[in-house]
Structure formats: structure tokens, C-alpha cells
Design a protein around this ligand. Structure first.
Ligand code: F6R
Length: 242
């Protein structure tokens, strides 16, 4: 695990942007694993700025997002499909036919999950998996107790995660209970991973990921097993590291 600690969130985002753009430039047909959430928004802005400045093209890239809420159609205002269109897909030269998210509104979500895992394999696997971290140590929607050998499947969201995501919905009750998420083992299969965390609210989860025991109680700790995992932190997110 390579842990990079930057002074402030802006510097952390720029460093993460350097890593993503370096990977895309080195391999224009790269397969990127993408994440959503508040932490990722400034990273997408950074990548869009590089694209607009003519420094970066995603024209050859393929993308697979980590997760989607079960029950939400792609055009639902709180779906991750919508988030990705607004934050990234509609702002860069990606070929939309090569962008992938699991569909949350299908009759057979488990079948969709298995099919999604197959599509990742058929695309040759993920070259660089971008990740955020939940305050409870989740990556993707692999909540605490998720098997470290898990593959894409349906996961029940913890109340803690639903409370954190409630800000996007009109109430806690309306916040979805289930998501389709790629698994911990699917994440570990990526040739490289890049986890970005900013702010003190993430400090405890970051310390458990980096310094804690390898445990399903903190799914992000599985990254300790990855031979090419980079963690980019600002000072706040790093503040509980010893
Ligand atoms: C969503 C995802 C989640 C988030 C995590 C942090 O695709 O992968 O694991 O990265 O919940 O979310 P924020 O950045 O909103 O704190």
C-alpha cells in the first residue's frame, strides 16, 4: 500500500487527478473503475478541466462504475447513472457505449449483478479502480462483514450508510436499502487501485484501512492485500494515522 498524504483537499485531488490522467495517457484504451459520492465530485471536475484544456482524452477508455441502488431507474435524480452523466460522462469525450453501471431497476437484480461481473471480465478486467471510503470502512457498497472473496451482488446497506446518503433523498425512509455493488474480490482483481479520502470524518476509517487488522469488519482493509494500491489523503483524512 502506498499512502500519499497531501496538505489540503485541493492538493489531494490534484494528485489523484495526476494518477488517473497518467494511467489514461499511458494506455488510452484503459478500463477505468469509477466511484460516486461527494469525495469524487472535485476529482471529476479536475479530470474535466484537464480534458477541456486538451491535455486528456477519454475517447478510447471503457468505464465500469462500482455500484447502483436497487430500484432506481437510470433517469431517477438520485441514481448513480444520473450522477455519472452530470459529473463526468456528459462533460468529456467518453464513448457512452463503453460506459457501464449496473441497472438497479431490473426484474432480476441478482442476474444483473452476475452479468455485470461477466462484462468486466469480457472487457479484460479493470486497469485502475478508483475508490472512496465510507465512514464505516466500506468500499463500493461492500459494507462491514462483506466477504473479502465477494463478487458483484446485492448488498443490504447499513443504517449508517443510509443516513450518510440520506442528504440526496427526501427522507431516510426513501433512501434505498439495497444496492448492486461489485465485490471486494472484484476490486482486488483490478491491476491498480486508487483510493481518495478527504476530511477528518474519514480519519478513523482510513486508520482502520491502513493500520488495522485485515478484516471483513473494515472491507477497505482488503486493500492491504493489493500489490498496487495507492491511497491519497489530505491531512484531515490522515489525522488518525500513527
Ligand atoms: C459509491 C461508493 C462509496 C463512496 C463512499 C464515500 O460509488 O463507491 O463507497 O465512495 O460511500 O462517499 P462520500 O465520498 O460521499 O463520503
Amino acid at each position: 500500500m502506498k499512502v500519499l498524504i497531501l496538505n489540503d483537499p485541493e492538493a489531494a485531488i490534484e494528485r489523484a487527478g495526476d494518477i488517473v490522467s497518467g494511467a489514461v495517457r499511458a494506455r488510452p484504451r484503459t478500463v477505468l473503475g469509477l466511484a460516486t459520492g461527494g469525495t469524487m465530485l472535485p476529482l471529476y471536475d479536475d479530470l474535466v478541466a484537464r480534458h477541456d484544456a486538451g491535455l486528456l482524452s477519454f475517447a478510447g477508455a471503457t468505464t465500469f462504475n462500482l455500484d447502483e441502488y436497487v430500484g432506481l431507474a437510470p433517469d431517477h435524480p438520485c441514481s448513480y447513472h444520473r450522477y455519472m452523466r452530470q459529473a463526468f460522462f456528459d462533460r468529456v469525450d467518453l464513448d457512452r457505449a463503453r460506459t457501464h453501471l449496473p441497472r438497479g431497476d431490473v426484474a432480476d437484480p441478482q442476474g444483473e449483478a452476475e452479468d455485470y461481473e461477466r462484462r468486466i471480465t469480457e472487457a479484460g478486467g479493470i486497469d485502475l479502480q478508483i475508490l472512496g471510503i465510507g465512514r464505516n470502512g466500506h468500499i463500493g457498497f461492500n459494507e462491514p462483514t462483506a466477504s473479502l472473496g465477494s463478487r458483484t451482488r446485492i448488498k443490504t446497506l447499513t443504517d449508517d450508510t443510509r443516513r450518510a446518503n440520506q442528504r440526496y433523498f427526501s427522507s431516510f425512509e426513501e433512501t434505498p436499502r439495497y444496492a448492486i455493488t461489485i465485490g471486494v474480490a472484484t476490486i482486488l482483481d483490478a491491476r491498480a487501485t486508487l483510493l481518495l479520502a478527504t476530511g477528518e470524518a474519514k480519519a478513523e476509517a482510513v486508520a482502520r484501512m491502513v493500520e488495522g487488522p485485515l478484516s471483513a469488519a473494515c472491507p477497505a482493509s482488503a486493500l492491504q492485500l493489493h500489490p498496487n494500491a495507492t491511497i491519497v489523503l489530505d491531512a484531515g483524512a490522515a489525522s488518525s494515522l500513527t
